[in-house]
Design a protein around this ligand. Structure first.
Ligand SMILES: *[C@@H]1O[C@H](CO)[C@@H](O)[C@H](O)[C@H]1NC(C)=O
Ligand SMILES: *[C@@H]1O[C@H](CO)[C@@H](O)[C@H](O)[C@H]1NC(C)=O
Ligand SMILES: *[C@@H]1O[C@H](CO)[C@@H](O)[C@H](O)[C@H]1NC(C)=O
Ligand SMILES: *[C@@H]1O[C@H](CO)[C@@H](O)[C@H](O)[C@H]1NC(C)=O
Length: 340
């Protein structure tokens, strides 16, 4: 009923709605999501929680072969910020565009299609048959439970070889969530934009350092565990607070065991983990005022209208890693989904 209502409203040009979205980005690229992807709170939680196994995937033990996203990962993170934005959306939603920065070789790391180096490039369509869609004006939308939700998450054959491959997918069942794509073609604040046909406008609510946000989220998960199982404290070379090693396999295991429930990491089983409202609160806390436990606010970079991605290696390695990660998720979801 609600969905039908939204569709009907979508065809009226006067209709608008305001979304609260989040995205992770290097600060120097700017924080307005021009030809970029953003997520609602649950979609942001999925992206973040699903990717904690990355250090294991990248370790030499596994050859770093899964997805090939092992380029310069460690140097990436100091410039990363998380932005909380309000987006006014005019008109209906369109297809979701997977937007990635085009590499120096002129190839989009997600789709393999040709693109202009250094520019953000968005692709729509089936994962196996993508096409460029930067010219789509409508704000794109992807429901994560339909994109990633319905398949056999983990088999015993996978589990005996790589148990960690079973830890990330249950996150989507916990969070669901929505991802959005917003193009320059639909941006109402672009120079010369047509107010009659433009589709979105964004306001920055707050920008925080990703390492500050990570610390708040990790501390909440560790505190929840400390009152119950004490998993983190039992890890070899356990370190408290910011000294924690989030690449340590034991820390990663305890993180998923706490968030999802220990039995959820075993094929075909389930136990309850951290309650969703507590996780939501942890993900929202960085954006509260500092007096309420939030992170310091980072000023937005100058002149968003002329915002162009900088040609710096730090940009490329974060973008490359993100694109490879998401590509692998779509690939796995495609190969695992039962035939209709
Ligand atoms: C690791 O890499 C080597 C050399 O490229 C290859 O022969 C081997 O099969 C790989 N092992 C795994 C587990 O992917
Ligand atoms: C974020 O915090 C880290 C660690 O405190 C610091 O090295 C980095 O420069 C900060 N990044 C930004 C964009 O402020
Ligand atoms: C996924 O599974 C749920 C529960 O079985 C079902 O209600 C839903 O329609 C399914 N979604 C898709 C896209 O198949
Ligand atoms: C963190 O853990 C990883 C994986 O076990 C290890 O290679 C690395 O040396 C550890 N880092 C520190 C600072 O202990």
């Amino acid at each position: 009923m609600l969905g039908l209502h939204a569709v009907l409203l979508g065809f009226s040009p006067a209709s608008s709605q305001t979304l609260t979205v989040y995205h992770v980005n290097p600060l120097h690229e700017g924080v307005l999501p021009i030809d970029m992807d953003t997520a609602d709170l649950h979609g942001d939680m999925f992206f973040d929680l699903k990717s904690k196994t990355t250090p294991i995937e990248r370790s030499s033990q596994f050859n770093g072969t899964r997805g090939g996203d092992c380029t310069n990962g460690e140097v990436v993170d100091t410039d990363l910020v998380i932005s909380k934005l309000s987006i006014d959306v005019f008109g209906g939603f369109g297809e979701y565009g997977r937007c990635n920065i085009c590499m120096e070789d002129g190839i989009d790391p997600f789709s393999g299609l040709k693109c202009t180096p250094g520019q953000y490039f968005c692709t729509c369509g089936n994962f196996r048959a993508p096409y460029a869609c930067n010219d789509q004006r409508a704000v794109g939308r992807e429901e994560l439970s339909s994109a990633f939700g319905n398949f056999t998450i983990c088999t015993w054959d996978v589990w005996v070889k790589a148990p960690w491959a079973c830890w990330g997918w249950p996150v989507v069942r916990l969070t669901g969530g929505t991802w959005y794509s917003t193009t320059r073609a639909g941006w109402c604040d672009a120079p010369g934009a047509d107010p009659a046909t433009c589709t979105w406008r964004a306001r920055v609510e707050k920008i925080v350092n990703k390492s500050c946000s990570d610390d708040i989220i990790y501390s909440a998960v560790e505190a929840y565990d400390a009152e119950r199982d004490g998993c983190f404290a039992r890890c070899p070379s356990h370190q408290r607070g910011q000294a924690r090693n989030t690449s340590a396999t034991c820390w990663i295991y305890c993180f998923y065991a706490t968030v999802l429930g220990e039995r959820t990491l075993v094929p075909g089983e389930h136990s309850d983990g951290m309650p969703l409202p507590e996780l939501e609160a942890a993900f929202e806390r960085p954006f509260l005022s500092e007096a309420l436990g939030g992170c310091p606010s980072i000023p937005p970079p100058k002149s968003p209208v002329t915002q162009v991605p900088a040609h710096r290696s730090i940009t490329r390695s974060w973008a490359q890693r993100r694109a490879a990660m998401i590509k692998r998720w779509y690939g796995e979801a495609n190969s695992l989904r039962l035939p209709m």
